[in-house]
Structure formats: C-alpha cells, structure tokens
Design a protein around this ligand. Structure first.
Ligand SMILES: Nc1ncnc2c1ncn2[C@@H]1O[C@H](COP(=O)(O)OP(=O)(O)OP(=O)(O)O)[C@@H](O)[C@H]1O
Ligand SMILES: Nc1ncnc2c1ncn2[C@@H]1O[C@H](COP(=O)(O)OP(=O)(O)OP(=O)(O)O)[C@@H](O)[C@H]1O
Ligand SMILES: [Mg+2]
Ligand SMILES: [Mg+2]
Lengths: 222, 222
C-alpha cells in the first residue's frame, strides 16, 4: 500500500510560480488498477513522478505500508525504485544509442539477483508480447512512435516490479495494440498482484480501472 | 491538389530491410480534411513525412497541381515547405532552449513577406487559442506533454500554410483540448481553405474527417 499525505508540488517562483499539485491525499492499495485523468496541465505526470520517487514534493509525506519514506535519502529512493517500480514515461525516454533489446535489458543490467539466462529470456518474452519480435535490433530513431512506446512498456515490466506507473502508455497506439497492452497489464495485476497507476486520457484504459481519480488544477475532484 | 503516384519507401537493406510504404497512390484535394489511420508501424508517419517533402521516397512521384516535383532539388523543397506546409510532428520537435513564444515564432523568422507586428500578433493569437496564454515564457522541459503538443500545433499554424500535416496531434490531449484543437482546424479548413491531413488513432478526429484512408503494412486498404 502506498499513501500520499498532504502532497504539494510547486515549480518556479514569483510570476512563474506554478502550483502543480495542491495538498494531495491519496491511498493506493496493493493490486491497484488506478487511472488518473484530467485536463492537460492538471498535474497527472507530476503526481506519477512523485509516486515513482523521481520528483521530491515541495511538501508532504509518502508512506510505503506504515513506513514513512525519508525523501531526502535519494540513494535509498533509487534502490527501492530499481527493485519495485516500473515507469513508462510520457516521452518514452529510450536511450538513442541502444537498440530495442538493449533498452529493455537496461533495468536488469545492475540486478545481481537474476541470472543472465533469465534476463535474456525476460527481454525476449516481453518484446514478443508487445509485438516487436521483428524490431529488436532497431534503434529508437528507426522505430515508429507506437513502437517506441511499446519498447518503453516492455522496459517498465522487465524487472517484475510491484508497482508500475504508466504515463499515457497508449497515447500512440491503435486500438488493437492498446487492447493487447491493457491485457498484459491486467494479467500481471490479477495473477502477480502488480499495482498499476495510469495517467491517461484514453477511455479504453479508464474503462478497465478499478479506481478512478480525477485531477483538476492540481487538486483531486471529489 | 497534391498527388502521390506509385510511392514506395524502403528503409535499410538485407535482413533489416523494411518496406514502410508499397506503391501508394493517393490524391489529396484542396480543402482536404483527411485522416490516415492504421496499426502502429503501418506507415502513417512515413506517408506524412513524404507528403511534407521531409523524406525523399525510394521510388514514385509527387505532383502539386499538374506540376511534377523534382524531388532531388531539396532547396526548392525547403522553400515550398516554408511557405506552404505546416507540420505537427509526432514527437513535437520543439527547440529545448527556446520558450513557447519563441518556438512558435521560429517559422516566421525568415519570412520577409510578413511585418514584425503581424508576426508578434499571430504568435500571441495562436498561443491564446490553444489555451497557453499563461505559459508563453516556459521552455519545453517546463511544460506538460499536452502543453508541448499544443505549442507544436500553434507553430504549425502560425505561417498560415495551405497544407497542414498533423501526426497524432491529439495523442496527449484530454477531450476538451482535443475538441478545441479540432475546432480551430475545421474553421481554418472551411474559412481559409487550408488542407488538413492527419495521422491519427483518435476517433474524436476521425469522426470529423471528410476523407478517410486506412493503412496496413505500408499499403492503402480499399
Ligand atoms: N529510419 C528508419 N529506419 C528503419 N525503419 C524505419 C525507419 N523509420 C520507420 N521505420 C519503420 O517503418 C515502419 C513504418 O513506420 P511509421 O513511423 O511510418 O509507422 P506509423 O504508422 O507512423 O506507426 P505509429 O502509429 O506507431 O506511429 C515501421 O515498421 C518502422 O519500424
Ligand atoms: N519543470 C517544470 N517547471 C515549471 N512548471 C512545470 C514543470 N513541470 C510541469 N510544470 C507545470 O505544472 C503543471 C502540471 O504539469 P503536468 O506535466 O503534471 O501535467 P499533466 O496533467 O501531466 O498534463 P498533460 O496531460 O498535458 O501531460 C503544468 O501547468 C506544467 O506547465
Ligand atoms: Mg502528462
Ligand atoms: Mg507514427
């Protein structure tokens, strides 16, 4: 269970000050399948980045189970992230000099708890599942938008995380690929208790949500 | 009127060869409001890049009116592009060191046929229309995904082009912003005879199409 308590995020100051999130309180149960929707600029990505321990909030606390996280201790953050959190970025963030296979392998490189054969199998399996079997040697600039998105999805799942934070994961996908991705995620949610938190405008995703959050101007709508 | 005749686009060779477009024939009337849909990887962006004279096809001809374009003459291409074509890229392609206002101004910088005041007015007007009035001084990394997308849209329209090629222009937008963008484009289409060609998965856009093209594996489905 993850809990956000009085989370505030402010960017800039003076005239350029933006209150991206205002006093957010949210509980995220294990096995969540939760969507965060809301207008462009309402704070969805910011909330995901905070849940993913990528951005330190301006104020407020984050709890994992009963344990309050010491947010200043970013080394601890990065260990926790590596083993527990899979993140699909809104802009994919693939490494341009690595091909699809290498991009998906990346989170496993520093994992010593998984043997090499297991790593290779997982990478191959996921790229097959997202329909990129014929594209594994291609670099990002040789891939279509939706193919890049699917590499980003495979990369987020390869570490078998306990929480996946997915920022608009179907924005560049046609219906068939979207349904397939949502399928994969629902199976992981049901069978492996992986929590999924989506930022999404996509009704095809919201349709499957067990829990729906609406954001507007940095606040959760009741 | 723009016409693609026997257009073929092949990337790579040998094992890595991809036939992205195969023998495409397509006529695009003035005042088009045309959508190109199809699975991820089916060739939509490639087709837009060729229509936008950004990518030289492997084979085939492009006609503007009756005039067959000499595709090797890329200087001629870039002049024509500057004055006639507005392009919204799937990955936005904003200049990171410029703020929103400067990014939208960019296509007008080398236009000597428009006076400075007119340029400034157009930029301000468009950023207002796409709902970014309060964000004009922000750089891309300070903008949300959908805000970046709206800057890219404003930039494509600021030169008053005769053809706008829009690659997934609503992928990162919520319904309200999408409807607004589609509105702006329909007005330009009706009142100013601007042709719009969309690559899109978004039913909200396809709904308004006057002409619909389906791509599959680089070919147009009849
Ligand atoms: N520079 C390149 N080198 C090699 N292959 C490429 C290159 N660019 C595109 N491709 C391939 O060409 C095919 C068509 O790509 P394109 O980007 O046109 O698809 P798309 O329909 O826009 O897909 P999406 O909906 O995912 O954006 C894809 O299989 C892609 O991998
Ligand atoms: N680094 C930053 N500096 C300044 N302002 C920022 C920064 N990052 C985000 N913002 C602002 O904070 C607000 C929330 O941004 P966020 O990316 O969370 O929105 P979003 O809901 O994900 O939007 P979208 O649906 O367009 O992706 C926006 O108004 C944005 O301009
Ligand atoms: Mg976002
Ligand atoms: Mg594309």
């Amino acid at each position: 269970v993850m809990r956000l308590e009085n989370i505030t995020m402010t960017y800039g100051e003076g005239n350029s000050r933006v209150d991206a999130l205002k006093n957010i309180n949210l509980e995220i149960p294990n096995k969540s399948f939760l969507t965060i929707s809301g207008p462009s600029g309402s704070g969805k990505s910011t909330m995901l980045n905070i849940l993913g321990l990528l951005t330190k909030p301006t104020a407020g606390s984050i709890y994992l189970g009963d344990k309050k996280l010491v947010l200043d201790d970013f080394d601890k953050m990065s260990d926790y992230r590596l083993f527990n959190i899979g993140f699909i970025f809104q802009s994919f963030n693939l490494v341009p000099v690595l091909n699809a296979k290498e991009n998906v392998m990346l989170p496993l490189m520093i994992r010593q708890d998984i043997d090499e054969k297991e790593k290779a199998d997982r990478v191959e399996m996921l790229l097959l599942e997202v329909g990129l079997k014929d594209h594994i040697l291609k670099k990002p600039d040789e891939l279509s938008g939706g193919q890049k998105q699917r590499v980003a999805i495979a990369r987020a799942l390869v570490g078998k995380p306990t929480i996946v934070l997915a920022d608009e994961p179907t924005a560049n996908l046609d219906s068939e690929n979207s349904e397939n991705i949502i399928d994969i995620m629902q199976k992981m949610n049901r069978d492996h208790k992986v929590a999924f938190i989506f930022s999404t405008h996509d009704p095809r995703v919201v349709k499957h949500a067990l829990q729906k959050v609406e954001l507007k101007d940095g606040e959760i709508l009741k």
